[in-house]
Design a protein around this ligand. Structure first.
Ligand code: CA
Length: 223
C-alpha cells in the first residue's frame, strides 16, 4: 500500500514515514501544500495523510483541489486543533477522516487500514429524480442541465433522499447515514442542511421538491 504524507514538521513526517514503512506501507513525503497537491495528483496513492496547517496552501484547500480534480484517493486529515468545527470543515472539503494531534500511532495505522479498505469499494452510482441528477462519486449535480454546486455533506444528504424518491426518510436515519451514528451532532443540523439544499436544488428553479413531513421526516418528490 502506497501512502502520501503531507506534513511540514519534518521530524514528525519522517518519523511517520519510518513507522508506516515498518507496518508494510510505502510512504512518500511532501513538506508543503503545493508539493503535496502536485504529488497527490501525479501519484497513485492508496491514501493520503494531510496536515491542515501547511505552508504554501493549507490542508483544506489541498483537499478541495484534489477532489476538484476528480481524484478520490482516501484522505485522512491531521489537525492540531480539536473540536466539531474543524471536523465538520475537514469533512466538508472532501476529507474521509480526521485525526487530532497528538494522536496515537496505533490509531493512525488502524484508521489508514480502514480507509484503504473502504477506498477500494465501489463508488456510488449516479441517480436521477425527475430532472434532478446527482453523481455522488464525481460530486456533480444538475437540474435540467444547469450545474449545481454542492458540498460533500450536501451530496451525501441528497443522495440519501434520492435513493428513495417519494418516500419519507426519518431525521434520525439521515443523521446516522450522513453524519454517522456516533457523530453526537445536534439533530437540527439536518434541518439546516435541508435548507441549504432547498436554496440550491429547488428555489432557483421555482420548485418545491424537498418537503418536510412534520414529525416524520423528509421526502424528495419527483416533480
Ligand atoms: Ca503543520
Amino acid at each position: 500500500m502506497r501512502l502520501l504524507i503531507v506534513e511540514d514538521e519534518v521530524r514528525l513526517a519522517e518519523a511517520l514515514q519510518r513507522g508506516l514503512e515498518a507496518e508494510g506501507f510505502e510512504a512518500d513525503l511532501a513538506f508543503d501544500g503545493l508539493d503535496g497537491l502536485d504529488k497527490a495528483l501525479a501519484g497513485e496513492y492508496d491514501a493520503i495523510v494531510l496536515d491542515i496547517l501547511l505552508p504554501g496552501m493549507n490542508g483544506y484547500r489541498v483537499c478541495a483541489e484534489i477532489r476538484a480534480a476528480g481524484n478520490w484517493t482516501p484522505i485522512l486529515m491531521l489537525t492540531a486543533k480539536s473540536g466539531e468545527f474543524d471536523e465538520a470543515e475537514a469533512l466538508d472539503t472532501g476529507a474521509d477522516d480526521f485525526l487530532s494531534k497528538p494522536f496515537s500511532y496505533v490509531v493512525l495505522v488502524a484508521r489508514l487500514r480502514a480507509l484503504v479498505r473502504r477506498g477500494s469499494g465501489p463508488r456510488p452510482a449516479p441517480c436521477q429524480v425527475g430532472d434532478l441528477r446527482l453523481d455522488p462519486a464525481a460530486r456533480t449535480c444538475d437540474r435540467g442541465g444547469v450545474a449545481i454546486h454542492l458540498t460533500p455533506r450536501e451530496v451525501d444528504l441528497l443522495e440519501a433522499l434520492m435513493s428513495r424518491p417519494g418516500e419519507v426518510v426519518g431525521k434520525q436515519e439521515l443523521l446516522d447515514r450522513v453524519w454517522g451514528p456516533d457523530a453526537g451532532v445536534d439533530p437540527n443540523v439536518v434541518e439546516v442542511y435541508l435548507g441549504y439544499l432547498r436554496r440550491k436544488i429547488d428555489r432557483p428553479f421555482g420548485r418545491d421538491t424537498l418537503r418536510t413531513v412534520r414529525g416524520v421526516g423528509y421526502l424528495l418528490a419527483a416533480d
